[in-house]
Design a protein around this ligand. Structure first.
Ligand code: XMP
Length: 420
């Protein structure tokens, strides 16, 4: 018997290399599927305390993209996709934008803050026209700061509508067809272990019935990635990582796991073997706590990252806001937790009760405020990280280097020796 070694995010650091540009000019545009490219390479997980229409709409407006969960009937999920498609792709709900030359013709008694644009400041200057709450002022400031970079653009389809993904089971081609009809831009398989003969064969059949992109996962080994790519036609992306998520317990209860960083390296190896690396995006899923992990995943070969934990605490997430001991939290649970599985079987009597084992937990995360706060932290943090990696764009970051740190080194890179 051979024991192999896995590497996790905390085992490595990015080796600093000569930056080709100042971090503020680092472009984060990346492919999330073969056919869809977005300006901030981040997807929100299909989880019932994370991505429903509100989060999916705001994710896309802020340059990322949301994947609507499947813990509901297919018609409810299709309705959510339609709501995203019908939403305004800009921030008109937050403020009105007027060009300075149009100012005298406009009605300044706007019920919303006005953003006045000119040739010098195309993304505008903000003029409050009524009394705004400090929270709203902060949100508007953050949105404008992101838009002013000129590098964050809403993620749109060919018709100028917001981009959106939808989760499916590989066994449910009827749902996949309904979601395609509702306007989903891509489908993401949502199964803990796609490397299963039955699941792969079902996905192969499903893939022939729809024409939109399919992101397949989750898998973590080179063999699994090779099997998907050679048995399922037209796979447009790989969802990579097994049991690194903050609410995952698969690694404990089932004793199986491939940490996200190792899983990305394995998938890269498979894609390189087939000459497909760079053409089929790797989405690193699970264990992303901030820009540091996201950047390490990208250097390892990911085109984008997927997270539930980062977004569960935001206003737009479908989690519940609760107050405990005077502090605000939001609920967050694994999709294989007892509560989520109960809801799935109640919502969809055709769902496959393939496993009775709970492989996820339920808990609380601190309340974060609006999504734009988290997306700003990720965007500016990723720009800085890629600068350290010696890259001006995602594809260049794949030439970056990761170095293994000793346990003492890992301790040293965290803030230390402070009284408080
Ligand atoms: P984070 O770290 O963002 O990870 O919380 C989110 C990812 O975790 C996966 N996921 C699960 N994995 N049991 C698991 O083992 C679960 O109940 C579960 N629910 C979600 C999923 O890949 C998600 O994107």
């Amino acid at each position: 018997m051979r024991i192999i070694e896995y590497i996790t995010f905390d085992d490595v650091v990015i080796v600093p290399r000569k930056a080709p540009v100042d971090p503020q000019y680092v472009v984060l545009e990346s492919n999330i599927t073969r056919n869809h490219r977005i300006s901030v390479p981040i997807l929100s997980s299909p989880m019932d305390t994370v991505t429903e229409q509100d989060l999916a709409i705001e994710m896309s407006r802020l340059g990322g993209v949301g994947v609507v969960h499947r813990n509901m009937s297919k018609s409810e999920q299709a309705d959510m996709i339609r709501s995203v498609k019908n939403a305004s792709p800009d921030f008109k709900y937050l403020f009105n934008t007027i060009n300075i030359n149009e100012l005298d013709k406009s009605n300044l008694r706007s019920d919303k803050p006005l953003i006045i644009t000119s040739d010098d400041t195309p993304t505008g200057v903000y003029v409050p026209t009524n009394i705004l709450s400090p929270a709203l002022i902060e949100k508007i400031d953050l949105v404008l700061r992101l838009l002013r970079t000129g590098l964050v653009k809403p993620s749109l389809d060919n018709n100028g509508k917001l981009l959106v993904g939808a989760a499916i089971s590989p066994f449910d081609s009827k749902r996949a067809e309904a979601l395609e009809k509702a306007g989903a831009d891509f489908l993401v398989t949502d199964i803990a272990h796609l490397h299963n003969i039955e699941a792969l064969s079902a996905l192969g059949k499903l893939a022939k019935k729809v024409s939109i992109d399919i992101v397949a996962g989750n898998v973590g080994t080179r063999e699994a990635a090779l099997d998907i790519l050679t048995t399922v036609e037209n796979v447009s992306g790989l969802r990579i990582g097994i049991s690194s998520g903050s609410i995952c317990s698969t690694g404990v209860v089932a004793g199986a796991s491939v940490p996200t960083l190792t899983a990305v390296m394995n998938a890269r190896e498979a894609l390189e073997e087939l000459g497909l690396f760079g053409r089929i995006p790797i989405i690193a899923d699970g264990g992303i706590r901030g820009p540091g992990e996201a950047a390490k995943a990208i250097v390892a070969g990911a085109s984008a990252v997927m997270s539930g934990r980062l977004f569960a605490g935001t206003d737009e997430a479908s989690s519940l806001l609760v107050r405990v001991g005077g502090k605000l939290y939001k609920t967050y649970r694994g999709m294989a937790s007892a509560g989520a599985m109960k809801r799935r079987h109640a919502a969809d009597r055709y769902s496959r009760p393939s496993k009775q084992l709970e492989e996820g937990v339920e808990g609380l995360v601190p309340y974060e405020g609006p999504l734009v706060k988290v997306m700003s932290r990720m965007f500016f943090g990723l720009q800085a990280s890629l600068g350290y990696a010696g890259a001006s764009r995602i594809e260049e970051a794949w030439n970056g280097i990761l170095a293994r740190v000793s346990p003492l080194g890992a301790k040293e890179i965290n803030p230390h020796d402070l009284v408080k």
